[in-house]
Design a protein around this ligand. Structure first.
Ligand code: NAD
Length: 474
């Protein structure tokens, strides 16, 4: 079980516990609520989605997050975690109300704050004047001020209610561990008492705490996500260049990332970033920068590089198998990354949609994301329960999500099932040698096998596009 559950509880008991409301039972709200309950607090999670609340009340988790079900069940059983669809019920007598509702992208790329506005007004209606409203939703700089204004307009004593920003950095797939051991906790408030209350709430986590003003806290979240997205686009630009000059991007990343100032974490070439955060947060930051008179030159390029990834991988595929019309392609992975069922902005979905548009016949697999993906994919895409079934009669296979399961595939079985022999690894996940040893052709992203002979070296010295193909052994 996760080490979160093995925390020495005696230590928590010395800390004052609180009655806490969590508004929004999504990835962030539910993980935060269950984790704060685990620290001994009395937590009520509220969601306007009554079906979601009913699911939770039945002990089911509406999405896949490793370890979350156990954490929720345990704290429900201990009477420290409740679910409701009534915000008044949740916020009554609470000392903190955390807002963790969605802040999706609007059509113009800006951050859609409508759910956050509604949640704020609902919380403001019944919250105790001494409580703190803590915004965890990722929202542009100035959103804390907006929340304060809404609360003041809504209540005559609204000015007394403290508003803090407490951006969330957890990653889907490792969200509980990330909550338990955060790199840092950012508290945005200029009110010393509020900062102290939040600091004490988080004290059991023993994490570094950065206290700053609200606007800086809001910017920290965007800066962090924009930087991580930039790192991925940078890796992809290097990968494209590696393909041209005959270098291996995985080696480049390992070598450059060994410098502590750079680091190898979140530094991978492949299909690019997706999910519910990076694309929309980078767009929102671009929009804020534009509006504030300091337009970003870097971030539009980060997005453009990312948008081009799917096409790039498909180009590599078509270079190997020819015209895609009528070709059978097995796709491994639908979620935007491993260990989650989240398919929001998943490059795998964009990839499959494009393959179908080009006339390919697709069979796809994902260990947990098939239900969510079904709603977003063309109807004629076959979803298969067994990852090997995606290889049946396939002309090519394409790895689209970095699930460990796919790294460990028995490629000899895959080879027997396929009618073709091309494996396109859109995540640089698999071992090219194992794939080649099974008699298959491996195509990675910016990943080349260095020619062993001096004659072979010559081809890398000749300008012109290099082909990232690993020939089968023998
Ligand atoms: N998912 C992540 O990995 C992650 C990480 C860090 C930060 N964030 C940010 O956290 C916020 C929440 O993200 P998420 O992925 O948990 O969202 P989500 O879409 O999974 O969940 C949001 C939930 O809020 C509920 N909701 C909407 N309006 C409500 C209201 N007025 N009252 C009560 N509930 C309401 C929705 O029904 C939904 O269940 C976003 O701003 C996101 O950018 C997300």
């Amino acid at each position: 079980m996760l080490d979160f559950l093995t925390l020495p509880f005696g230590r928590h008991e010395r800390h004052r516990t609180h009655r806490i409301a969590i508004v929004g039972c999504g990835y962030v709200g539910l993980v935060t609520g269950a984790s704060l309950a685990e620290l001994g607090n009395d937590v009520t999670c509220v969601d306007t989605d009554v079906r979601r609340v009913a699911t939770l009340a039945e002990g089911e988790i509406p999405f896949y997050e490793p370890g979350l079900r156990e954490l929720v069940l345990r704290n429900r059983h201990l009477g420290r975690l409740r679910f409701t669809s009534d915000t008044a019920d949740a916020v009554r007598d609470c000392t903190f109300a955390f807002i963790a509702v969605g802040t999706p992208m609007s059509a113009d790329g800006s951050c859609d704050l409508s759910a956050l506005r509604t949640a704020t007004l609902q919380v403001a209606q019944d919250i105790d004047a001494d409580a703190v409203i803590v915004n965890k939703s990722t929202a542009p700089v100035g959103t804390g001020d907006l929340i304060a204004t809404l609360v003041r307009e809504h209540r005559s004593d609204g000015g007394r209610i403290r508003i803090a920003s407490n951006p969330e950095f957890l990653r889907e797939g490792s969200a509980i561990a990330d909550f338990r051991k955060p790199d840092r906790i950012v508290i945005g408030t200029q009110d010393a008492q509020t900062a102290d209350r939040l600091r004490r709430l988080y004290a059991p986590l023993d994490a570094p705490v950065i206290v700053t003003d609200r606007r800086t806290a809001e910017m920290i979240k965007y800066a962090a996500n924009a930087f991580l997205a930039t790192k991925i686009s940078f890796a992809n630009e290097m990968a494209d260049l590696c393909e041209q000059v005959g270098a291996d991007v995985t080696g480049v990343i390992a070598g450059a990332g060994a410098d502590k100032r750079i680091g190898t974490a979140s530094f991978n070439a492949g299909l690019g970033f997706g999910g519910s955060c990076f694309p929309k947060d980078v767009c929102a930051l671009i929009e804020v920068a534009q509006r504030s008179g300091a337009p970003s030159r870097l971030l539009p390029a980060v997005l453009a590089i990312n948008r081009a990834r799917v096409e790039r991988i498909i180009e590599n595929l078509s270079a190997a198998v020819g015209d895609l019309r009528g070709k059978r392609i097995g796709v491994l992975g639908l979620a935007f990354k491993a260990n989650t069922d989240d398919v929001r902005e998943s490059p795998a979905i964009a990839l499959i949609t494009d393959l179908v548009r080009r006339g390919a016949r697709v069979a796809a697999h994902d260990p947990v994301a098939m239900a969510g993906a079904r709603r977003m994919l063309p109807q004629d895409v076959a979803l298969v329960d067994d990852c090997y079934a995606a290889a049946n009669d396939a002309d090519a296979m394409l790895v689209a999500t970095d699930w460990e399961l796919y790294r460990r595939l028995d490629w000899r079985i895959v080879k027997k099932l396929m009618r073709g022999s091309v494996i396109v690894d859109g995540r640089n996940l698999c071992d090219p040698d194992r794939i080649a040893a099974a008699g298959l052709h491996y195509i990675g992203v910016g990943r080349l096998r260095r020619p062993e002979t001096p004659e072979g070296l010559g081809k890398w010295l000749t300008p012109g596009p290099a082909r990232a193909v690993h020939a089968p052994a023998g």
